[in-house]
Write a protein that binds this ligand. Structure first.
Ligand code: ADP
Length: 368
């Protein structure tokens, strides 16, 4: 197949294009060129609610890996499992324990360097909950009510909780607890980051300048969509397991899911047209994300393909090439709970050392 030989070389050349997005500007950001400002603090988390999927990988953890490889030495990198967020949709304790441990294994398996970044569990730091309370006194319920993720997550629940509703306030507290300057996330999180900036501004206004307004670093890959309903995002919580590709799945499982992925019979050629061909476009976006190529380059690579089988086989090939190594490392790491615990213990201590100093300052400003 024409594109195969060049895949890895091209990926290596194009490491780490991250788009910088703030309220007012969007610009190109490349950690290889050390464009991340010196002395910045980069912070991000992922919910331990199940195995990581391609969206988590391309939208989050692969960008974290790039940052541990390329951000200047003076930057602080802090990554965590958002286990306080994970219980906003209740789960058995044994599942939470398993998912937390798997999340650490997945972060490390994706190549995030724990010697360069702090990796910790959110619930190990009571300071998150303390700042959450302070910020919740500044957050408008009308604003929270407009959050699209709350709308979609609460849909169909008989009794959605206050925790689920107020989740973005805790997310803002997570970020601001470390006085983070940059937050690498996927583009499903843009709205929550806007709220975080609004709360930081409100705090500064009410209690005196404390926070720089954090900048959203958007991973270059557009949102990865469900394979079964390409109008929804790919998510761990999707009930249809054929909708989501997890990074520890075997090549056979992946092949079955890609075979069942919704496409169309508009043409036997494959082009990017999210409005009219959302399924095909999602698969092209996955290839483009993995190979770090533009959509146009991918379209040109696959222009010879004349049937769905060739196209889908190629998608499987590209996914497997990318996740072979993370999958192998994950299986190895997940057996070694002592090692995972040790990494997290170290991370918890380092994170707490920063958070405990900061929370003292915030509480003092509030008048405590
Ligand atoms: P999920 O919705 O699967 O539970 P999380 O809320 O834990 O995922 O998100 C963790 C990170 O993964 C965030 O940075 C988020 O932007 C990114 N992410 C989640 N789903 C997707 C997706 N479908 N496409 C791109 N990025 C995603």
């Amino acid at each position: 197949m024409k594109p195969q030989a060049s895949i890895m070389a091209h990926a290596a050349r194009n490491l780490g294009q991250i788009r910088l997005n703030s309220t007012v500007k969007t610009t190109s950001y490349d950690p290889r060129k050390q464009e991340i400002p010196e002395h910045s603090t980069l912070f991000s988390m992922i919910q331990p609610t199940g195995m990581f999927h391609l969206g988590n990988y391309l939208g989050a953890v692969r960008a974290w890996k790039d940052l541990t490889d390329y951000a200047p030495d003076s930057t602080k990198l802090i990554f965590g499992t958002a286990d306080l967020h994970a219980i906003t949709i209740p789960k058995p304790a044994k599942d939470i324990r398993k998912f937390r441990s798997e999340a650490i294994a997945s972060i490390l398996a994706s190549g995030v360097n724990h010697e360069r970044a702090i990796i910790y569990h959110q619930s190990a730091l009571p300071e998150h909950a303390e700042l959450n309370w302070i910020l919740s006194t500044l957050a408008g319920t009308g604003y929270l009510n407009r959050m699209t993720q709350w709308k979609s997550k609460s849909e169909g629940l008989d009794n959605s909780s206050l925790g689920l509703f107020a989740y973005p306030v805790l997310q803002a507290a997570d970020i601001l607890l470390f006085k983070s300057t940059h937050v690498p996330v996927g583009d499903d999180q843009v709205q929550h980051l806007e709220l975080c900036r609004t709360l930081a501004e409100s705090f500064n206004k009410q209690f005196g300048k404390t926070f720089k307004l954090p900048t959203t670093l958007l991973a270059p890959t557009k949102k990865i969509l469900s394979l079964r309903d390409p109008l929804k995002k790919m998510s761990k919580s999707d009930k249809d397991q054929n909708a989501t590709i997890y990074i520890n799945e075997t090549s056979d499982e992946i092949a079955k899911k890609i075979k069942k992925a919704v496409t169309d019979s508009t043409s036997t050629h494959f082009n990017y047209d999210p409005e009219n061909r959302p399924g095909v476009s999602n698969l092209i976006n996955i290839i483009s994300g993995i190979q770090r190529k533009s959509i146009q380059e991918v379209e040109s690579d696959i222009s010879d393909f004349k049937d769905h089988k060739t196209f889908k086989d190629y998608v499987c090939y590209v996914i497997n090439e990318e996740i072979n190594e993370p999958r192998r490392k994950f299986e190895e790491l997940v057996q070694n709970s002592n090692y995972l615990n040790k990494i997290v213990q170290e991370g918890n201590e380092k994170a707490r050392a920063i958070a405990s100093v900061n929370i003292k300052e915030f509480k003092q400003k509030v008048g405590f």
